[in-house]
Design a protein around this ligand. Sequence first.
Ligand code: NI
Length: 328
Amino acid sequence: MCGGEKLNIEVVHRAHKHFFVAHESDFISYVQNQIYEMIGVRPSNQKLLAPHKARSLVEAIRTGVADTTRLKDVGAFDHMRLTLIGAPDHEVEEVQMEEARWDRSLKPSRSLHPSMLKVTRPHRSAIMATDPVFNQCAVHPSTPKTHPFYTKALEYLERLASDPAILHICHARGLKIGKLTELLPHENPELLGLNVNKGESILLRIRTDAADGMRDYKTTRRVLIHELCHNEVCTLFSNHVEISDHSPEFKILNSQLNREVDEFERKRVEGTHYLSTATVYEPVQPVDVDVNEEREERRLLILHATEKRLAEMDQELESQCGGTKRDG
Ligand code: NI
């Protein structure tokens, strides 16, 4: 990052807002790289729409001089809003794999002599989607395998580590966690979650305070999302200034990840989780509101109440999270 006036930049992608800070002497490619890091859309797949005042930014990208043109030379300004169209890498990969599956299923099958298969190896891209996000799930070491809670706790941790919505947000950002394990209620009564060494391990309180059962799954998953943010905010800003835990950037990312999880699940339920690499126009505001207005209003009321409750929960969580602790 270079010097000059600070520019707060907002990027809108699929109705989600993303924020980052650049400086007027940064090259345009800095913006492209920030977008790649935050949203996963690589520069070659980014189609950016800029405000009229900064329209030459788009022109500079189009003519291939983003690496040598500074933001101040294309009229970039503080609180500038860019609209991004383009598919993130993980979606492109999924589409490519889906296409490959189709190709294979459409090809006439032919049997090969075993000797011809000897030197074949599985294709690398097939490994990527199944790459584990969590390397290991471990019950608290004080609980022996024979303890009635052992299997319950392990299954609970494994459910979190294989939760499709969690895997979705982790794959989108290339997040890797070493060990997912637990914090016992009596150990650190003030903590619900802890991220050690940027994801080397994440510890979650999964047993109830009385240790007679398991905590509500969705609440714990929200704590996990919070802890995952500690990885991501560190990654995002590692080249920049030190950012304290639970900074505004952290809060924005945390609500964004929670929204992505909700959206992922909603689409799964609706069965419309389609993927597309095509650049399509996506209106920021839904325009189709003339039907079921009353139902929509009621839905919004419930949604606002839920959002308020969740915001309060996140606020509470911040005081019950150990942040990113560094070991040794
Ligand atoms: Ni925290």
